[in-house]
Unconditional design. Structure first.
Lengths: 231, 103
């Protein structure tokens, strides 16, 4: 099989994310079937929402009969961390056309953000086309896995905790491969402490965005004071 | 959940998701950023991934579970050695499943 080098590079970058999405997409689809989604609906919902956290949350809230308004609020708030990714990726898309930049932006996830950012920062040949291919390949695996999960339904007794730990592991890897300077360590530590405190106040997964903002502020203060001493 | 309710939910959430994903990128793309802003943007990955990991591992409303913590340490070692997402995902799931059986 001879693929264009750019396609090959994009697929090899996307592969771990695609495999991770298959393992958690199936249980996510199983839950969506319990809410009443058909495999086609699960596919379309996954291709457009394209949010593991959001979709797991949707199903678990719907199953306990949560009113629509609070479902919209909860799932929307969990998605607000995308604002940060979108801002962080902006400098690398400066040369891309508006339609391509829009398609890329609309298909960024936690994992593909990490994969693409690492390559944008470290590899001069990484571009918007390859990055968008990573996003779309990951999206197709996510949507297909959700459809499969909705198709087989509860026949498959998968321990969701084990499956969802694949995603946690991917986040740990993405965190561990950030540079280990004093300010990134302080920034990460402040995020962790903030998540625990905010969850203690009952904010659940909505803690992610405010906690990350606290981390960024702490990182900037640490960086600023060091520069101040050196000056 | 009725079909009408579902459509309201789907439409509203999709609109929010698309705004959050697209607006900052399209707005900031191609602009000259001040050093302070690009500095802050560079801190987004460690802040976000640390928050996501902490969100998955800690829930103050239930007693602390040791399996995910121990499995996370294993994943961390693999991450530092290999920098490979796929090995991390596989080792993480394997370690978690094993610990859940043993403990």
């Amino acid at each position: 099989m001879r693929a264009h080098p750019a396609v090959r590079q994009a697929l090899s970058a996307a592969l771990p994310v695609m495999l991770g999405y298959v393992t958690i997409g199936i249980p996510c689809g199983v839950m969506e079937a319990e809410v009443g989604l058909t495999p086609l609906m699960a596919f379309l919902l996954s291709a457009t929402f394209y949010s593991g956290a959001g979709q797991f949350m949707m199903s678990s809230l719907a199953l306990v009969g949560t009113p629509v308004a609070s479902m919209v609020a909860s799932v929307s708030l969990v998605s607000t961390r995308q604002l940060l990714y979108s801002a962080a990726l902006a400098p690398y898309l400066a040369g891309a056309s508006r339609p391509l930049a829009t398609l890329f932006a609309a298909t960024v996830t936690d994992e593909s953000f990490g994969v693409n950012l690492e390559r944008f920062a470290g590899n001069g040949s990484w571009d918007a086309v390859r990055a968008t291919m990573v996003n779309l390949a990951s999206m197709l695996s996510w949507a297909a896995a959700n459809a499969l999960g909705a198709l087989v339904g509860p026949v498959l007794a998968i321990p969701t905790a084990v499956m969802s730990f694949a995603m946690t592991s991917i986040f740990i890897c993405l965190l561990a491969t950030q540079g280990r300077t004093r300010r990134t360590v302080c920034c990460a530590a402040a995020s962790v402490v903030s998540v625990i405190l905010l969850k203690g106040l009952g904010l659940g997964s909505m803690s992610i965005l405010p906690a990350a903002l606290v981390g960024i502020i702490v990182g900037m203060v640490v960086g600023g004071s060091r520069e101040g001493r050196e000056a | 959940m009725s079909t009408g309710d579902f459509l309201v939910f789907y439409g509203s959430v999709l609109a929010v998701i698309l705004v959050c994903r697209c607006v900052p990128l399209l707005f900031l793309k191609g602009r000259e950023l001040s050093p302070r802003v690009s500095d802050a943007l560079g801190l987004i990955p460690p802040a976000a991934f640390a928050a996501l990991v902490a969100n998955d591992l800690f829930d103050p409303s239930v007693p602390l579970a040791w399996e995910p913590i121990v499995a996370s340490v294993a994943v961390l070692l693999v991450a530092v050695r290999t920098r490979s997402l796929i090995w991390c995902a596989l080792v993480g799931m394997g370690a978690y499943a094993l610990l859940a059986l043993v403990l």
